[in-house]
Design a protein around this ligand. Sequence first.
Ligand SMILES: [Zn+2]
Length: 353
Amino acid sequence: MKQNAIVIPGDTPGVSWRVPVLEFSGTEAATKPKTYIQAALHANELPGVATLHRLCARLREAEAAGAILGDITIAPQANPIGASQSHFGEMQGRFDLGSRGNYNRDFPLIAASARDALLVDLDHYCAPDRLKRELLFRALGADLVLDLHCDDESLSYAYIDSAFWPEASDLASALQMEAVFLSDGESSAFEEAVSYAWKQDEGGKGVSLPGRLSVTVELRGRRDVGPDVAQRDADGLWAFLKARGIVDGGSPALSPYAGSAFALDTIEMIKAPIPGTILFHRDIGDRVEAGDLLAVIVPHPGFPEDDVEVRAPQAGLVVTRSSARFARRRDDLMKIGCAAISRAGRRAGTLED
Ligand SMILES: [Zn+2]
């Protein structure tokens, strides 16, 4: 394993950031896909960090045994800028405090053939944009790109561009996902900037990209960080790498993906109609029918006659739930994967800001 680092000069004097990058060389690198995996681009989403901690231990053993066949690059904690942001006692890892920009939006949309231009004149960019260019540069050197995030309270699921589906069902099976959201490639998130770049070189929108993969994996909820779950997901990533011929040995063949796949237009984003205390009646993993009670919002404690019920607009699977128990008006409460297109409508791109 080679230890490298991306160094990002800070935007104020005396500050710089260091992103560790771990590189494993494959013994059959010329004929095997290259893999890039990063975690904690949203710096306060740590299940992927714990998972990569465990995966790297296994990869180091495998390297000593000559069992790594394809090159693997890992950035186990990809956003030290976000990790340093503490505001009123809480890490603010999703948005850059200086610019208010989401760390997983506004990645440069370029063709993969223009990859080298990402690192030209880097001093012209502020630290968060420079970080994005450095990470995208590394991802575009790979064939398989996994960006490990998590949701709030959540099942294990992934956003996968339909250009990679159903080939990518091996990843969903390996990580025992319960849902896959098939995205439309219309955002500037990291995963979609990678697939956009590949598509540009293959003729543009609508092409399929066999043998390649760029995916946002949501490794459950923010608090799902621990030794057992990290090991389970590291074993899942190992099984995926084995299935794709990147590593050798130690995992049974994958069974077909048994979970559901939902187009983004069929995800019901359940919103709080009024502000108040949230009393959830359903949890992640529940299957609900149209009209089922999901939550009650209490706007005026002591006056139950003012309570407002939130009900399921159609049947589906509760994939995520807010960990907050107070809602402002229109706050997101749940994501429910459904069979029919949501009548709420959706703008192109990501489900959330
Ligand atoms: Zn995230």
